[in-house]
Design a protein around this ligand. Structure first.
Ligand SMILES: Cc1cc2nc3c(=O)[nH]c(=O)nc-3n(C[C@H](O)[C@H](O)[C@H](O)COP(=O)(O)OP(=O)(O)OC[C@H]3O[C@@H](n4cnc5c(N)ncnc54)[C@H](O)[C@@H]3O)c2cc1C
Length: 372
């Protein structure tokens, strides 16, 4: 039996030792991702048929949440890898699935575009039939791990035209792709390498198509949305947990010397810490219930999937903001380690589906209206 919890601790230690430097330099956490792959976690959700560990969302949430406590950038890279892997497990070629299972292939999602921005379900880029292949032309605005992923799960408009989308497996080495390595100098998740990628007549074989032409929207909603939303919520939960732990350590260990009392002896400080703990535990409970809803194919599973990312993203901003207040100037000067999670936590609100789009979807679902 693969002890994913044990190996995650080993990888988390590597993440912790590199996190500050990764954030400072805006560098891809290559050592941590290598440790992640070598520990067998790259193939965590891959089928045993291709050599994977065959585990599901519960294990993946554990890995992502635990890594986020140490390094938000690493956790988001892993979130994208699992979301892409979920698509490839259903529609990808065996050789790539086998490489992922063996920890030799990192993948990600290349959905967002300059033209349709956070509306990832509506690509404006094209795939033009060209003999036994297609030529992809696109301006992808953000691709996590752009400079390091072996492949991108890529969206375009259908080859046959129409409103929906088609997905492709695009190797990073494809001629005609141009990654802008200077294109990501983020406020947070600074090690993500979430760079823009331009495709100018980048040719891939027709066999690189994932699912049918025009089936991309269905795959996005059926596979990507649950995996991405739930993993994103796990990133937020991990960042919140880090904020609570570091804040409690700071206020417990920092004294007002003249008063002979620790900061934690101030009732106001304790009340803030209590609220941080409650918000974090509420999100963990929602995440656990979302996993139960999806695992049990419950009628409210889609609602929970939508709620989990929105609620966790908002709560993470609130909890990390409180951490900054409670830890005072020491936090502002980066001594406490909560300032990094405060910055990292803000990404979830604006990553598609953004919080405001999710509120619209959830409102529609509650009112019995169609989402699209
Ligand atoms: C760190 C990071 C990593 C990322 N990694 C990836 C990746 O790997 N792959 C990928 O495909 N994308 C990725 N993205 C892109 C992300 O998913 C979004 O597409 C991007 O953040 C949207 O930014 P924008 O400026 O285009 O937002 P805009 O779309 O311009 O949105 C601006 C504002 O309008 C709001 N808004 C838009 N539409 C609606 C609506 N219908 N109702 C209510 N409000 C609305 C938004 O919520 C937002 O507040 C990443 C983004 C970040 C920040």
């Amino acid at each position: 039996m693969f002890d994913y919890e044990k190996v995650t601790e080993t990888v988390a230690a590597v993440a912790a030792s590199h996190a500050v430097a990764v954030d400072k330099a805006g560098a891809f956490p290559a050592e941590t991702i290598q440790a992640f792959a070598e520990a067998g976690l790259g193939g965590l959700i891959s089928s045993p048929d291709v050599g994977g560990k065959g585990l599901g969302m519960v294990a993946a949430v554990h890995v992502v949440e635990r890594l986020a406590r140490e390094c938000g950038s690493t956790a988001m890279i892993v979130c994208m890898h699992y979301a892409g892997t979920a698509v490839l497990e259903q529609h990808g070629p065996t050789d790539v699935r086998t490489a992922i299972a063996a920890g030799k292939h990192l993948t990600t999602l290349a959905f967002s575009e300059v033209g349709s921005r956070s509306h990832f379900w509506a690509p404006v880029s094209s795939a033009t039939a060209d003999g036994d292949g297609v030529r992809l032309t696109a301006k992808k605005s953000w691709v996590t791990s752009a400079t390091h992923a072996d492949s991108y799960v890529w969206s375009s408009r259908p080859t046959a035209g129409g409103e929906l989308s088609t997905l492709w497996l695009v190797p990073r080495a494809t001629a005609g792709l141009r990654i802008d390595p200077a294109g990501f100098d983020g406020l947070g998740l600074r090690g993500n390498a979430s760079c823009p990628i331009t495709a100018e007549d980048a040719r891939v074989p027709t066999a690189a198509r994932l699912g049918d032409d025009g089936a991309g929207f269905g795959i996005m909603m059926g596979a990507v949305l649950p995996w991405f939303n739930i993993m994103s919520a796990a990133v937020s939960a991990g960042l919140m947990e880090a904020a609570v732990t570091r804040t409690a350590a700071h206020v417990g260990g920092t004294k007002l010397q003249h008063a002979g009392a620790a900061l934690a002896e101030l009732p106001t400080i304790r009340a803030y810490v209590a609220r941080m703990r409650i918000e974090t535990d509420k999100i963990k409970a929602l995440l656990a219930d979302t996993l139960a809803a999806v695992g049990g194919a419950r009628a409210d599973a889609t609602l929970r999937v939508l709620e989990s990312k929105a609620a966790a993203g908002e709560a993470a901003v609130e909890v990390t903001d409180t951490a900054m207040r409670v830890c005072g100037g020491a936090a502002f000067r980066k001594e406490v380690g909560v300032e990094r999670v405060f910055r990292d936590a803000r990404a979830a609100q604006v990553m598609g589906p953004t919080t405001d789009v999710l509120y619209d979807f959830i409102g529609k679902a509650v009112c019995g209206l169609p989402l699209f």
